[in-house]
Design a protein around this ligand. Structure first.
Ligand code: 13P
Length: 248
């Protein structure tokens, strides 16, 4: 079965109710004919207003994180149930900024991923190497560890979306070349095949993320193993619609 392309935005810590509502209102008509799945992952506090803004459109609203516990003394965290209350379907897990600034590691990524799955939320699990790791030839080892630990105990891997985001390409304007992205994502799929079987691995959607924009999306999307994008900066503007309509 062919994998349906998926273009997801990650607003990170940007936008307000007013600016987000306006952007979604402006995007709605532009993505009306989208052939791919479309989602915007937004700061938790904006979820209710953005769900309302996106109602009746192709745009699904996702979250940027979730906690593994059902409830309890975890100040500042958000539970799966809270996300589901608003009809959220997708949730980003283990973004490199969470790993870099907030102590996330493969174990917390694993707990969050399993919790998302248990609650029928689709986790967008982020993996990727730093520049030093790439330069030292450690990319494949790093990705292998992130996949083996991060996805430990996952039973139905096709319920997961993987986002390959090389850290050196995030917010830097330095996109991976089409070939670099394809080669690495092909490796990720091969690794998933070893872990879960070829048939299952072939059904997992793997996105590329890192300075993807309206100019470079077409080339990246033409690669056989790249099924979509996780878009940061360009998801804060109307360019996001151009990426969604990358085929046009
Ligand atoms: P940029 O598109 O701004 O490089 O960010 C990518 C990203 O981190 C998406 O999660």
């Amino acid at each position: 079965m062919a994998r349906k392309p998926f273009i997801a935005g990650n607003w990170k810590m940007n936008m307000t109710v007013a600016s987000g509502t306006k952007l979604i209102a402006d995007l709605k008509p532009l993505v009306k004919e989208a052939k791919c799945d479309v989602c915007l992952c937004v700061p938790a506090i904006l979820i209710p207003a953005m769900v309302k803004a996106a109602k009746g459109s192709k745009i699904k609203i996702g979250a940027e994180n979730l906690h593994w516990a059902a409830s309890g003394a975890y100040t500042g965290e958000i539970s799966a149930e809270m996300l589901k209350d608003y009809g959220v379907k997708y949730v980003i897990i283990g973004h490199s900024e969470r790993r870099q600034y907030f102590g996330e590691n493969n174990d917390t990524v694993n707990m969050r991923t399993l919790t998302a799955l248990k609650n029928e939320l689709t986790p967008i699990v982020c993996i990727g190497e730093t520049l030093t790791e790439r330069t030292n030839g450690e990319t494949e080892n790093v990705l292998t560890r992130q996949l083996e630990f991060g996805l430990h105990g996952v039973e139905d891997v096709k319920q997961i979306v993987i986002a390959y985001e090389p850290v050196w390409a995030i917010g830097t304007g330095q996109t991976a070349t089409d070939e670099q992205a394809q080669e690495t994502i092909k490796f990720i799929r091969k690794k998933l095949s070893k872990m879960f079987g070829v048939k299952e691995a072939n059904r997992v959607r793997i996105l590329y993320g890192g300075s993807m924009n309206a100019g470079n999306c077409k080339g990246l999307m033409a690669q056989p193993d790249i099924d979509g994008g996780l878009i940061g900066g360009a998801s804060l503007k109307l360019d996001f619609a151009k990426i969604v309509n990358y085929e046009k």
